[in-house]
Ligand binder design. Structure first.
Ligand SMILES: Cc1cc2nc3c(=O)[nH]c(=O)nc-3n(C[C@H](O)[C@H](O)[C@H](O)COP(=O)(O)OP(=O)(O)OC[C@H]3O[C@@H](n4cnc5c(N)ncnc54)[C@H](O)[C@@H]3O)c2cc1C
Length: 432
């Protein structure tokens, strides 16, 4: 049998390799780190989470939970390790990012079917190839892929939120609680009164941003909008978004606030915190100045500042088949964010899908199809639907991409629960 090369040991690449190994297939997994790093990657471990440490909601009737259930049915390595390395985060699955990547790397390295090769791939390898090199694919490989598919690249900008040291937070001015749960210790809340908020807002909208080279008006992904761009949409926009105070009460004083910035634990020891929703393109010195206007962060020290990056993706609807192989050359597949799925979970799920399809084909001579009612099936349909080619934009897991129910249900929550049950059951059936 032809050699199988998976390029990129991110979330998608590790899942592809893991799935193929489950089919007892030998895989070469190429990763350019630690020899070369993209501008956002810092760790030499695999499946690095470059921004938030969250795998999103675990709420019943949410799209991220539906996707997680489907991934679990397919033995997702990402979720198995995430469960082991999770930190408290209320209705979300969040992990200690260091431990998560370390453990996942350990499992990949221990797998006898996966041969890890630390090398930057610059040309298309022989045999069967799966490119899972992500939104920050190295420059030479990007050029090589674009030449192969004969298309212009597509891109958008994505931003990273800062992380602060726990011991630099003023705990006199912050308190633990979750939305609608006064006893929870999952989020550290940094409240502001109206005057403090307005001062913060004014400084934020006038703060200096970092240069994004030739792009004056960068296209940003709505789900990861820089806080300063959000603020410029209106004085109260942030108070309806990441700075929403609704449902958060100070357990010590029973006080409610005009706005609240939430910090999420980065690790079990609570020595680092991520500022939720504060992805930004402000210069480092401006981040320090402006974010320190939040009273509890007045002396905050930054472990990592926020940054903004150009994310590339291919025009999957025009170049990929339904199984995510290249129309031009059926031995080449794509998986993960480079295909135009958006998000950690979605990228991992896309890797699982490619691994499953290929594994069934190579080992069992079977063409596996994901049910259209499943989120994985719908994401794949979306990114390969030719009708989406002319205005293709990255897509995350959401109920809007699923086929509607036979019998319409009015209530949104009930409808979503029903859609989830239908999709997960259909996938379960397809896997029998
Ligand atoms: C700045 C930024 C912030 C983001 N924030 C979030 C977030 O908060 N939440 C969220 O859900 N999603 C976020 N995303 C989106 C997306 O979910 C992640 O990028 C996700 O990691 C994509 O997974 P992937 O496996 O496709 O790619 P990656 O995780 O990027 O993995 C690709 C791997 O390929 C390697 N590689 C690249 N080129 C080569 C080569 N030529 N040879 C060998 N190896 C190579 C890289 O080193 C990397 O390890 C963010 C993306 C970016 C860029």
């Amino acid at each position: 049998m032809n050699e199988i090369s998976v390029v990129g040991a991110g979330l998608a690449g590790c899942e592809v390799a893991w799935q193929l190994a489950r089919f007892n297939l030998d895989v070469n997994l190429y990763e350019m780190k630690p020899k070369n790093f993209s501008k956002a990657h810092k760790s030499e471990n695999f499946a690095e989470l470059v921004c938030s440490n969250s795998f999103k909601s675990t709420k019943e009737g949410s799209a991220p939970l539906m996707l997680k259930k489907e991934m679990q049915l397919l033995n997702s390595l990402t979720l198995e390790v995430a469960e082991k390395e999770k930190v408290d985060a209320g209705d979300a699955l969040a992990v200690d990012r260091e431990r998560f990547s370390k453990e996942l790397t350990k499992r990949i390295l221990a797998n006898e079917k996966i041969n890890v090769i630390r090398k930057e791939i610059k040309e298309i390898p022989d045999g069967l190839v799966i490119f899972a090199t992500g939104p920050l694919t190295s420059e030479s490989l990007t050029k090589c892929i674009l030449k192969k598919i004969g298309k212009e690249e597509l891109y958008f900008f994505d931003a990273i939120a800062p992380i602060v040291y726990g011991n630099s937070i003023n705990y006199e001015k912050a308190f633990f609680a979750s939305r609608n749960d006064i006893s929870s210790k999952d989020y550290l809340n940094c409240p502001m009164n109206k005057e403090e908020y307005l001062n913060f807002y004014e400084n934020l909208i006038n703060a200096k941003t970092a240069n994004l080279h030739s792009f004056d008006k960068p296209k940003v992904f709505q789900g990861c909008m820089p806080i300063e761009i959000m603020a410029k949409r209106g004085q109260d926009t942030m108070r309806f978004g990441p700075l929403k105070p609704v449902g958060i009460v100070n357990p010590k004083t029973n006080e409610k606030y005009y706005s609240i910035v939430q910090l999420r634990k980065e690790n079990l020891e609570s020595s680092f915190f991520n500022i939720v929703g504060f992805q930004t393109n402000l210069t480092y010195s401006e981040q320090k100045r402006v974010f320190r206007l939040i009273p509890a962060l007045e002396n905050a020290e930054f472990l990592r500042y926020g940054t903004m990056h150009k994310n590339i993706f291919i025009n999957s609807p025009s170049v990929l088949e339904k199984d995510l192989s290249l129309k031009e050359d059926g031995r080449i597949f794509f998986a993960g964010q480079i295909t135009g799925v958006e998000g950690y979970l979605e990228s991992a799920a896309c890797g699982i899908a490619v691994g499953k399809i290929l594994g069934e084909r190579l080992k069992n001579n079977k063409e596996f199809k994901f049910p259209e009612t499943s989120l994985i099936g719908s994401l794949m349909r979306y990114i390969t639907n030719e009708e989406n080619a002319s205005n293709f934009q990255p897509m995350n897991a959401n109920f809007g991409i699923l086929p509607s129910l036979d019998e319409p249900i009015k209530g949104k929550k009930e409808r979503h629960i029903k859609l989830s049950k239908r999709g997960v059951l259909d996938l379960e059936e397809a896997l029998k």
